[in-house]
Design a protein. Structure first.
Ligand code: PMP
Length: 336
């Protein structure tokens, strides 16, 4: 029960960044990644917010619209000015790629930009690898600084490597990225509050300096992070057998989510719905933006006792073979 160092467990940080940047990442080998253990993904975003407010007080943060609602609060409380840019197109229930790129181009140079590394919350809509390449080129041209929030690594495709593709594309293009990682979902460690904030630097001296500065922010907020979650993640990621088992379990979890998406769509079609529901299977990760109106959400709640956020977002993880048919019938009823 001893204190952790201010930056948390060095073993944990080392395993966490290998998961994000790649096992053999030259950036890690050459000491170009400053990593600090955080209070899960929320804590990583907040530490980064405080860090940029302190050192880049004039730079704002661009956020996709919509985004995880807490992003707005986290950066507001850290005194970072946020600007919403286009991301999701309600008409297609897919990515507004043109709008996203236009808004990145129109934003001030040297802005910070928050990207969801995979399985965008709340929409379930991610850019393709080709689109990420184009986004990376725009970010480079505008000298913008990307923060990848990765709360769902493994949840999109079932493969933790594939789910880190966005980050890897930016690294290949030479960006100095920051990454926020959470082990809440992919290791089921919600209450342990275990995550990691990492920042790519120019050289090992800068790594020491950046880690030192972020540590100082942590020192004033909570001094030292908790130990148990870090021990659990380190135990799994440092044992080849346990790591393989974990990969298998993550894949199983993602496959179940994907099969529930197909089942919900086919049950809606079988119930007689003539509406297009392809977005249910096109979107990925834990969430689905159904596209139903707040009034239809209210009917689901009051008439069918099915509960979801008023923006129409459902958690696919809450669907199973025992309730999917009832959900599909209720959805059909309220959207007729
Ligand atoms: N980022 C996103 C996009 C999320 O959806 C979440 C969890 N809902 C988080 C960060 C942080 O979660 P946690 O602090 O539990 O790791």
């Amino acid at each position: 029960m001893e204190y952790s160092p201010m930056a948390g467990s060095a073993d944990f940080n080392s395993h966490a960044i290998k998961l994000a940047y790649g096992e053999d990442s030259p950036l890690i080998k050459d000491g170009h990644v400053a990593a600090v253990q955080t209070l899960s993904g929320t804590g990583a975003c907040r530490l980064f917010g405080d860090f940029i407010h302190q050192y880049y007080p004039d730079s704002g943060m661009l956020l996709p619209t919509p985004t995880w609602s807490n992003h707005l609060g986290i950066f507001k409380d850290a005194n970072v000015k946020t600007t919403n840019i286009r991301y999701y197109d309600p008409k297609t229930k897919g990515l507004d790629f043109k709008g996203f790129v236009e808004d990145l181009k129109a934003a001030p140079k040297k802005s910070f930009v928050l990207f969801h590394a995979c399985a965008h919350n709340p929409t379930g809509v991610d850019p393709t690898p080709e689109q990420w390449k184009e986004i990376s080129a725009v970010v480079k041209e505008k000298q913008q600084y990307p923060l990848f929030d990765m709360a769902y690594q493994g949840f999109a495709s079932g493969d933790t490597e594939r789910d880190a593709a966005s980050i890897r594309i930016f690294l290949e293009d030479g960006h100095q990225v920051a990454v926020s990682q959470s082990f809440a979902k992919n290791m089921g460690l919600y209450g342990q509050r275990i995550g990691c904030l990492s920042v790519v630097t120019e050289n090992p001296q800068e790594t020491t300096a950046v880690r030192g500065q972020i540590q100082l922010v942590a020192r004033k907020q909570y001094s030292n992070p908790p130990i148990h979650g870090a021990l659990l993640v380190t135990r799994v990621l440092s044992s080849p057998d346990l790591k393989q088992l974990w990969y298998k379990e993550v894949q199983g979890m993602a496959d179940r989510i994907i099969s529930m998406r197909h089942s919900l769509r086919s049950n809606l079609e079988a119930a007689g719905s003539k509406l297009p529901w392809n977005h249910i299977t096109d979107q990925i990760g834990m969430f689905c933006f159904t596209g139903i109106t707040p009034e239809q959400v209210d009917r689901l709640t009051h008439e069918h006792h099915i509960y979801l956020t008023r923006n129409g977002r459902i958690s696919i993880a809450g669907i199973n073979t025992g309730n999917v048919e009832r959900l599909a019938h209720a959805l059909h009823e309220v959207t007729k």
